[in-house]
Design a protein around this ligand. Sequence first.
Ligand code: HPA
Length: 235
Amino acid sequence: MRPTPHISVNSPGQIAETVLMPGDPLRAKFIAENFLENPVQFNAVRNMLGYTGTYNGKPVSVMGSGMGIPSIGIYSYELIHFYGVKNLIRVGSCGAFQPGLKVRDIVLGMSASTNSNYANQFGLPGTYAPTASWPLLRKAVAVAEEKGYPVKVGNILSSDIFYDADPEAWKQWAKMGVLAVEMEAAALYMNAAAAGVNALCILTVSDSLVSKEALPAAEREQTFTQMMEIALSLA
Ligand code: HPA
């Protein structure tokens, strides 16, 4: 096995079939050190830290995705096509579009609308609907219900734009029932679908475009732990 341009792995088995992907590589390090047993670092190219360990004895990896569709597009493609990864679970944050969604709430992205042109590469004669894989989504919902963690399940927006020239543009998506905005899920879902593997995006609401409320960094811990328990149960 040869390393790919963005992941420096030489031998098979260094990356588990299930990979959790937070945006921030330091968050990957935190997850490895606090949630995995015996984590071993497998990547540091561009500081996009990746680790493999076990959770309840099962192999699981965690690696940063970076921010945005091009970044997660690259890393997820290499993980799937060169390292045999079968389950890719994004764990991230989102901005709420709906008044019923509050900071700390957990969102499961059943589908991911997007303003990105990423789908163009597949040459489809219409509009593709990037969708989570049902086995992962179903299990995540079941685990959340079992643990008593309330989750909202629905359409999210994977936006190419954080600082939009039109600060009201999000309202059009909100009118269509889109729950929240993040910046990666649509590419992850498309790469997974094109390769016949599984993907899911699990998010915690860090801010609300409706109420302008934002979660202070220090208060993110508890919800983050709940999201991680759901994500790790999918390994
Ligand atoms: N926009 C895009 N991504 C995000 C946001 C947002 O407001 N909040 C958390 N991730």
